[in-house]
Design a protein around this ligand. Sequence first.
Ligand SMILES: [Zn+2]
Length: 702
Amino acid sequence: MRISGVKWLIATALAIPFCSGAQTGIDPDPVTSAKNRAMVAKQQEEAAKNKRKFIDPANMDVSVKPGDNFYLYVNGNWIRNTPIPASKTRWGSFDQLAEESSKALRELLEEAARNPGANSLMKRVGDFYASGMDSAAMEKQGYKPIKKYLDAIVKLKTKTEVVDHISYLRSHSITSPLYSIRVGQDSRNVTQYIINIGQGGTTLPDRDYYLKNDARSQAIRKEYVAYITKIFSLCGADEQTAANNAATVLRLETSLAGTQMSRVEMRDPVKLYNKFSVDGLSARTPQNLKWASIFSQLGYAVKPDSVVVSAPKFLIFIDSLLSSVPVDDLKTLLQWNVMRDAAPYLSSAFVDANFAYNKALSGQKEQTPRWQRVSNMVDAQLGDLLGQLYVDKYFKPAAKQRMMALIENMVTTFDGRIKNLDWMSAETKQRALAKLHAFTRKIGYPDKWKDYDGLSIKKDDYLGNLRRCNEWRYNDNISRLGKPIDKTEWNMTPPTVNAYYSAQKNEIVFPAGILRFPFFDFDADDAINYGGIAAVIGHEMTHGFDDQGRQFDANGNLNDWWTPADADEFKKRADLVVKQYSDYVILDTLHVNGRLTLGENLADLGGLSIAYEAFKKTEQGRNGQPIDGFTPDQRFFMNWSQIWRNNILPETAAQRILTDNHSPGMFRSNGPVNNMDAFYKAFNVKEGDKMYKPAEKRIRVW
Ligand SMILES: [Zn+2]
């Protein structure tokens, strides 16, 4: 689920002046003194003893000049020699760690399934896992687990019954048709919760898939229609009916897509904030959507007086669509929503049909193994139970201390950089600093675990378990209306290999799962940890000051704290970043969308720049002594580049260009360094090198 205001970290042959020519022969600044030689020898000895190479020359392609393509220079051999596993769509640093996380979860879950009596925590996660692994039971059931929901839809007769039934489906977490609705912080008054209503109703990953007529979009629509047809057939429809239903679903979803805002339009938090009284909203949707009655059907104990709507035009369209479309077509759409949400968790015929459709979208060759699908599902559904088992076994409390110290260094450095900005007035700087020092810092795992009170998990009912988990979360969500904000909760589970910034909570969050190499390692030198996790810390901090985050104040409120002149200066610089990234191309012709990825690119540029300056304050940052043949500065930039290395299937790359607000790995590596003087110095990048940008053109925002 998309939670507004939350940014995730992630959803690549010429002589080098200091290169000896051998594959591993990067011999930077000559080591002159005996003392230095002894120090390097000692470091090398220790590295050899630990058998750890944080920068492994075997991964590099030294036939590529670092100034021509830094990403390929650092990672070229790794990219050539590391195939994507058949059940993956992308394979890189994040994916490898995520794989380790899911293997760790599998062990914990298998143990819990074997020993369910140990305690209630073990029993619930163990039973959930067992239910998902019991494929024989699912085979026997076919589509029986959803039959009663489909039958109930068949019985609907009038438009009013259809509209009421939509609320029923939603409040029982069976499916959420047409639009999204959830309780969240009120962006203009973050001490309170409010109901947020957003656009929805489509299945394909972006509205473009419905609206564009290029060959790829057409081919994917064809696969989608085949998928809908197949699922209706599996649920008992004859061939003709199934085909007709598929055409109806595509037609209705296309009309919804045509009214949705684009991903770029949705980056504007001011445009997304449209507050209505409940009566005022009903007046805008007079034909079918009477909101006071809908909220009571949805189970809200507190009667809301107002709501925030991100896309009013879309709701108005839904209201008229409900009038103009025959009841039978709406029933088909609702049935499809039920089938679609359940298909991946039913018998193999459903799972295979779902996989064939996903394969067309992503290129994935083989289905993700069942143990992995189920482990990840238990993590997603019962993350606060499974997370407790995970951190007990895998999280070192000392990591939290190290992270606190790193964050402190980063905040101090960012503070200095804001004070030194030449484009911002003293007035705006003061507010920026207030915001910086107000960040809440969360590391490893939540202080308070959810207990999922009242949630029942059965050993023989996988789909039912999923539905009950969703229903528990739904009730938990709607019960918040009128209550104080829960500041302890996390939007990611502890094993997650990711990090995030929340604008409304003004917090930076780092789950245990990312506190591993190449991001972080107790035994690594500072260059590695600053080029890794410190840059990630900087990335999350800079989100507070990117094109969206800068519109929220120190308290998390959507509230403009900029002088108009300073805002103009910011936009001028941000536009340069848009231009730089829009020029990047993948798969020969697909351009990065510089507007869609702006927030992430600003965060990468700011994060790496702050991390570099903070690194230069460390002993290693000052001493310049090489390790394993690389200077500290080189190691800093090289580790940044290696965290972004990945191989990705072309189908997935094409999809992500449309849907992912993060740039592809190569540009996350190269985009920021391209603007940093220290990079040019560290690798002797000169005019004529492909990445070379004249000093006056290098972009600095934060
Ligand atoms: Zn980010």
